[in-house]
Design a protein around this ligand. Sequence first.
Ligand code: GUN
Length: 284
Amino acid sequence: MANLIDGKAVSAKVKAEVRDEAAKLKEQGISIGLAVVIVGNNPASRVYVNSKKKACEEVGFNSYEYALDENITQQELLDLIDVLNNDDKVNGILVQLPLPKHIDENAIINAISPDKDVDAFHPYNVGKIMIGEFSFLPCTPAGVMELIDSTGVNISGKSAVVIGRSNIVGKPMSMLLLHRNATVTICHSRTTNLLEICNAADIIVAAVGKANFVTGDMVKEGAIVIDVGINRLENGKLCGDVDFEAVSKKAGYITPVPGGVGPMTIAMLMKNTLTAAKLKANIK
Ligand code: GUN
């Protein structure tokens, strides 16, 4: 039976470190602020945004919510980004995705000042991740790295498989694993020999968005399996991309859903917002 990786415990540790550093900055007169922008009434986005605001409270940041109507124009949203880029109280800008179809997400991401881009979605920050010289860590992949490190297993030289190639998770995830000297394979919907590739993996990161996609027969005995998926089943239950029942019988370590990667993404967002404040104040 696999060891359970407790994302709540690891995220609490990261947030406690951020809170301590934020308290020290406050003594120097530096307050930290995160602007959270949500457009429309997507229920999942509302849950995420509320969690992000709550995390700000926990670590002692100010949060500024901008809840905008579904029908806002792209230009109105760009105008708001411009105001936030120039607002000294705001260290980080988070625009919750997805945006309504009439708004070009890339245009919005590109408009966020790279030094307030705490999601690390701007092409400038994506490029920095590629060359391994990043200020902002991509939140979900960085959270996954913390979870893997919490097992005490050395990543260097391991065979890692990332399933999914999104700009937000799969691609930056592969880069972070590569920077730590894993041998990385990126699998996706056109991969023909997924079973064979996964069977050889010491580390599997599942970020496909399909319930129970990773089955027991895909996992090598003792592997680390990290589940980034959050899928809602017809019965309303949340479930990941990994068939937890079957895979936990073979894996060495596994993350639960919920309570695995989810809390880490938010903790890393707090860490990035702290980094943004320190960069602005010229503090290492
Ligand atoms: N929607 C789903 N995940 C994320 C995330 O990490 N950041 C933002 N801004 N939107 C998301």
